[in-house]
Design a protein around this ligand. Structure first.
Ligand code: ARG
Ligand code: ZN
Length: 877
C-alpha cells in the first residue's frame, strides 16, 4: 500500500462539475444492493471548459454507465484511485450509473450498512462515495429524489430525506417508497433507513403556522424509551424559534434509533439518525446524565438544520463552522432549560481535561486545520468544543444583540450555500462594527494559550495594577505563535467587604464585572479608585479557552470560594484549592513521606456543607474533587499511582471529618417521588450520590447499608447504577458480586444497560481489573463490531482507569494495541479514536514512554487504514 497523502486547504478549488439534481433508486439486498443514480450535471461556472469529470467512489461494483442515454464504452471512462473519471463530457448532461454494494460486509459503518437487521446510512463525512459514484464534497448541493425498494414483509418501513411522494407494491413481495427532498443539500446529508420499525408521532406548529409531523422510529421493544427525546425535540424547536428566529422547513421531521453507530448522531436533512444510546431513555435504564445527554444531542442535531444544512461548509476544513456553532447553540439551550452554572461547570471541566490534553499532544490541530489525511480523524474536541468556545467568545465580544443580528445576516446571506468560517465571522463583524481581524487567529493557531497574571494593590493611591502575559506553546507544525485577542472577564472582590468593587479603568467606570481585552504579549491594566485590597476573580465564567495562572494563596482561594459573585469562579476557586492540597500529597506520596490533610480544604468543605447553598446541583459540583485526569493535566509528569493515592487520601480524610454531614445530606435528599428528569430532582440525586461516594470511600457501615438499600429499592437507573458502581469499586466483593450478577441477568436483553454493566466494572481501581477486562472481552455479549460495546469496555478502561491502564508491566497498553489492530480492519474510524490514550506517551515516565511507544510501533507495522496511519504517524513523529 502506498502512503496516504495529506489534503491541503490551500489547494481548494471549486469542483469542475456540479450536480443540481440527483435521482436515486435503491434495490435493497444484504449482499448485493443495486443503486441506480441519475445525476443532472453541469460545468461549474468558475471552472474551465473541457475538464474531465471526476467522481468519488469506494467499494462499488459498476454495472452500467451512460451519458445522456448513451452507454459509455470501456475506453471512455476509468475506474481507479479514488473513483471514476470520464474524460470527455458535455457542458450539461445526464449521467446514469448503476452500481452494486454489499451492506452486510460494511463493518466500517460508513455508507449503507445493516444494524440489527435494518438498513441505515452514515454519509458524513465521506460515506456517500461508498453508495454511488458522486462528487462527494460539501460544496456540491443538489435536490434529491430517492426511491427505496425492499422486501415488504421484513422491511415494512422505507425512509429517506424530505417528504414521501409515492408508494406502491411490486412483484415478488417487494414494495417501494419515493421521497423528495426539495432543499439542495450536499451528499453527506443523504440518509436512507429500511427496517421493521415502529414509531411514535407528535406534531409541532412552527411560528409561521406550518404544521410539522414529528416521528421517532425505533425497534418495537424500545417504544417505551422515546418520550423524553420527543419532548426534547419540541423544546429545541421552540428554543430555536425564540432564540434565533429559525423555524423548521419541511412537513416531516424524523429521528431513527440504530444500535450500531460510530458517533452520537447525524443531522441528515429531515431524517436524523441516532446512536440508540443518544436517543433512548427510560427511568429504569438511563441515568440523569443520559437523559441530559439525549436532550442536548437531540437539540444539537435539530439545530444543524440551520447551522449546517441550510448553510453548510464549503470544504471539510471548515467543519467547525457548523460543529462549533451548533455545539455553542446546544450548550446555550441546555443552560436555558437546566441549571446554567452547572451546565457551564460540566462543560468546562470536561473541556479543560480532554481538549487541553488534545491541544498539548501530538494530534493537536487548529480549529480550522490546514491539512489532513483522513477527515474522519477530525471530529475532535478541538473542532467541536474549542470551536464552541470561540463562538461563545464572539458572542460575548460583540454582545447578544449584535450576535443575533450577525447570525440573522449569516443565515439569510448564505442560505442554500456552502461557505467558510470567514463568512461567518465577517457577518459578526458587519453586524457589530467590531474589528475581528486578530480574533480570527483563534481558528488557525493550535495549542492552549497560557496567561500568567499577577497584581499589586497600592494602598496609598487606591490602585490595583494587573499584569497579564500570554504565550501559546508550540504545537506540531507551528513553532511560532502570535498573540491572540483574549477576552478576560473579571471582578475585584474586596477582602473587607467580600463584595465586587466598582471597576474604573483609564478613567472609565465599567461596573463591577467587566471584560478586558488582552491583545499584546504583555499588557498592564491599572484600576483606580479601588477602595480596599482586592482578590482578583479572573476569567469569570471561563471567558476564554486558556490556562490562567495567578499566584493565589490558599486563603485567597478559600475567600473566593466563599464570596465570588461568579458561580463558575466560586467553583473553580474550590478546585484550585483542592489542587494545591493534592500537589503536596502527590509529592508526599512520591517521597514516601506521611500524608497530612490540609485543614483549609476540610474547612472549606465544612463551610459548603453548612452554608445554605440553594442550588443543590452547584453544591454537588463544589463537593466533587477534580478528577484524576484533570489532576494529571496539571502535573509536569503524570504519576498515576501518586495521583490516585493522593486523591483517595483526600476523599477519605473528608469522609472521616464530615461523615455526619454527608449522612445528613443523604437523609435530606432521599425521595420517593416518581422519577422525572427535571433539574430539581436531578440536583437532589446528584448531591445525595456525591455524599454517598464519600461514605463509601471509607467503606463506612452506614454508607454500605445505604448503597445496598439504594440498589435494592430500584427507583431509577441513576440511583441504582451509582450504588452498584460504589459497591463494585469497593473491596467488598461479598456484596458487589451478587449485585452485579442480579443486575446483569435482569438486563441481559437491554443493550444500553449492558453497556453500563460492562463499563462500571472496568473502572474498578483494584489491580485485578485487567483480567476482568479480558474476561469480559470473551463474554458472549461482547462484540468488536458494535462501537458502543467497544467504547463501554475498552474505551472506558483505557480512558477512565488510569492506574490500571498505565500498569507498569505495559499489559494495559498491550491490550489496547491488540484491540486497535483488530479494529483497524473492521472499523478504522473507531480504531483510530481508540488509540488516543497511547498518543499521550510523552506525559509519562521513561519506562512507560518506552512501553507505549513500543505498542504504537507494533501498530505501525501492520497494514493500516488511512485513519490509523495518520494518528500513529503523528504520535510517533
Ligand atoms: N455531524 C455529526 C454531528 O452532529 C457527526 C457526524 C460525524 N461522522 C463521522 N463519521 N465522523 O456532530
Ligand atoms: Zn454536529
Amino acid at each position: 500500500m502506498s502512503e496516504p497523502q495529506p489534503i491541503y486547504l490551500s489547494d481548494y478549488r471549486p469542483p469542475a462539475y456540479r450536480v443540481t439534481h440527483a435521482e436515486l433508486t435503491f434495490d435493497l439486498d444484504p449482499a448485493a444492493t443495486r443503486v441506480k443514480a441519475r445525476l443532472h450535471v453541469e460545468r461549474h461556472p468558475q471552472r474551465e471548459a473541457g475538464a474531465s469529470l471526476e467522481l468519488e467512489g469506494e467499494q462499488l461494483t459498476l454495472r452500467s454507465i451512460a451519458i445522456d442515454g448513451q452507454p459509455l464504452g470501456e475506453e471512455e471512462y476509468k475506474i481507479g484511485g479514488t473513483g471514476l473519471t470520464v474524460h470527455r463530457v458535455p457542458e450539461t448532461f445526464l449521467l446514469d450509473t448503476e452500481v452494486e454494494i454489499a451492506p452486510d460486509d460494511n463493518t466500517a459503518l460508513s455508507g449503507l450498512y445493516r444494524s440489527s437487521g435494518m438498513y441505515c446510512t452514515q454519509c458524513e463525512a465521506e460515506g456517500f462515495r461508498r453508495i454511488t459514484f458522486y462528487p462527494d464534497r460539501p460544496d456540491v448541493m443538489a435536490t434529491f429524489s430517492t426511491t427505496v425498494i425492499g422486501d415488504a414483509a421484513s422491511l415494512p418501513v422505507l425512509l429517506s430525506n424530505g417528504n414521501p411522494v409515492e408508494r406502491g407494491e411490486l412483484p415478488g413481495g417487494r414494495h417501494f417508497v419515493t421521497w423528495d427532498d426539495p432543499h439542495p443539500k450536499p451528499s453527506y446529508l443523504f440518509a436512507l433507513v429500511a427496517g421493521d420499525l415502529k414509531k411514535i408521532e407528535d406534531r409541532f406548529t412552527t411560528m409561521s403556522g406550518r404544521d410539522v409531523t414529528l416521528q421517532l422510529w425505533v425497534e418495537e421493544e424500545n417504544l417505551d424509551k422515546t418520550e423524553h427525546a420527543m419532548a426534547s425535540l419540541k423544546r429545541a424547536m421552540t428554543w430555536d424559534e425564540e432564540t434565533y428566529g429559525r423555524e423548521y422547513d419541511l412537513d416531516l421531521f424524523m429521528i431513527v434509533a440504530v444500535n450500531d453507530f460510530n458517533m452520537g448522531a447525524m443531522e441528515n436533512k429531515g431524517l436524523n439518525i441516532f446512536n440508540s444510546a443518544a436517543v433512548l431513555t427510560h427511568p429504569h435504564t438511563a441515568t440523569d446524565a443520559a437523559f441530559q445527554r439525549v436532550e442536548s444531542i437531540v437539540a444539537h442535531e435539530y439545530f444543524h438544520n440551520w447551522s449546517g444544512n441550510r448553510v453548510t461548509c464549503r470544504d471539510w476544513f471548515q467543519l467547525s463552522l457548523k460543529e462549533g456553532f451548533t455545539v455553542f447553540r446546544d450548550q446555550c439551550f441546555s443552560a436555558d432549560i437546566n441549571s446554567a452554572p452547572v451546565k457551564r461547570i460540566e462543560d468546562v471541566s470536561f473541556f479543560r481535561t480532554a481538549q487541553f490534553a488534545e491541544d498539548a499532544g501530538p494530534t493537536a490541530h487548529p480549529v480550522r486545520p490546514d491539512h489532513y489525511i483522513e477527515i474522519g480523524n477530525f471530529y475532535t474536541l478541538t473542532i467541536y468544543e474549542k470551536g464552541a468556545q470561540i463562538v461563545r467568545m464572539l458572542s460575548n465580544l460583540v454582545g447578544e444583540a449584535a450576535f443575533r443580528r450577525g447570525s440573522d445576516l449569516y443565515f439569510s446571506r448564505f442560505d442554500g450555500q456552502a461557505v467558510t468560517i470567514e463568512d461567518f465571522v465577517d457577518c459578526m463583524a458587519e453586524a457589530s462594527g467590531e474589528d475581528l481581524g486578530q480574533f480570527l487567529l483563534w481558528y488557525s493557531q493550535a495549542g492552549t494559550p497560557e496567561i500568567d497574571a499577577h497584581g499589586e494593590y497600592d494602598y496609598a493611591n487606591a490602585e490595583y495594577r494587573l499584569i497579564l502575559r500570554q504565550r501559546t506553546p508550540a504545537t506540531p507544525g507551528q513553532s511560532e505563535k502570535q498573540a491572540l485577542h483574549i477576552p478576560v472577564r473579571l471582578g475585584l472582590v474586596g477582602t473587607k467587604s467580600g463584595r465586587d468593587l466598582p471597576l474604573t479603568l483609564d478613567g472609565e467606570a465599567l461596573g463591577t464585572d467587566a471584560v478586558i481585552h488582552l491583545r499584546e504579549d504583555e499588557q498592564e491594566f491599572l484600576f483606580t479608585d479601588v477602595s480596599e485590597a482586592p482578590v482578583p476573580s479572573l476569567l469569570r465564567d471561563f471567558s476564554a479557552p486558556v490556562k490562567l495562572h495567578f499566584p493565589y494563596g490558599r486563603e485567597d482561594l478559600a475567600f473566593l470560594q466563599a464570596h465570588d459573585s461568579d458561580g463558575f469562579n466560586r467553583w473553580d476557586a474550590g478546585q484550585r484549592l483542592a489542587l494545591l492540597a493534592l500537589d503536596d500529597l502527590i509529592a508526599a506520596h512520591r517521597n514516601g513521606v506521611e500524608k497530612v490533610m490540609d485543614s483549609r480544604v476540610v474547612d472549606a468543605f465544612r463551610g459548603l456543607l453548612e452554608a445554605q447553598i440553594d442550588d443543590k446541583a452547584v453544591l454537588a459540583q463544589m463537593l466533587t474533587l477534580p478528577s484524576e485526569a484533570y489532576i494529571a493535566e496539571q502535573q509536569p509528569l503524570v504519576d498515576v499511582d501518586a495521583i490516585h493515592a493522593a486523591r483517595t487520601f483526600v476523599r477519605q480524610s473528608l469522609a472521616l471529618a464530615l461523615r455526619d454531614d454527608f449522612l445528613r445530606i443523604i437523609e435530606e435528599n432521599r425521595s420517593d417521588a416518581p422519577y422525572a428528569p427535571e433539574p430539581e430532582q436531578i440536583a437532589a440525586r446528584s448531591l445525595k450520590n456525591v455524599a454517598l461516594s464519600y461514605l463509601m470511600a471509607i467503606e463506612d457501615e452506614a454508607g454500605l447499608e445505604i448503597a445496598q438499600q439504594q440498589f435494592a429499592a430500584d427507583r431509577n437507573m441513576t440511583d441504582v447504577r451509582h450504588a452498584l458502581t460504589l459497591m463494585v469499586h469497593s473491596s467488598r466483593s461479598d456484596i458487589a458480586d451478587p449485585a452485579l450478577k442480579t443486575f446483569g441477568e435482569r438486563w441481559a436483553h437491554d443493550r444500553l444497560v449492558m453497556d453500563q454493566w460492562f463499563s462500571l466494572q472496568v473502572t474498578r481501581p483494584q489491580a485485578d481489573v485487567l483480567d476482568r477486562v479480558k474476561f469480559l472481552m470473551e463474554h458472549p455479549a461482547f462484540s468488536l463490531k458494535n462501537p458502543n460495546r467497544v467504547r463501554a469496555l475498552i474505551g472506558t478502561f483505557a480512558n477512565q482507569n488510569p492506574v490500571n491502564f498505565h500498569r507498569d508491566d505495559g499489559a494495559g497498553y498491550r491490550l489496547l494495541a491488540d484491540t486497535v489492530i483488530e479494529l483497524n480492519r473492521l472499523n478504522p474510524e473507531i480504531a483510530a479514536r481508540l488509540i488516543t490514550p497511547l498518543t499521550r506517551w510523552a506525559r509519562f515516565d521513561e519506562a512507560r514512554q518506552e512501553l507505549m511507544r513500543a505498542e504504537l510501533e507494533r501498530i505501525r507495522a501492520e497494514e493500516l487504514s488511512p485513519n490509523v496511519y495518520e494518528v500513529v504517524e503523528k504520535a510517533l513523529a
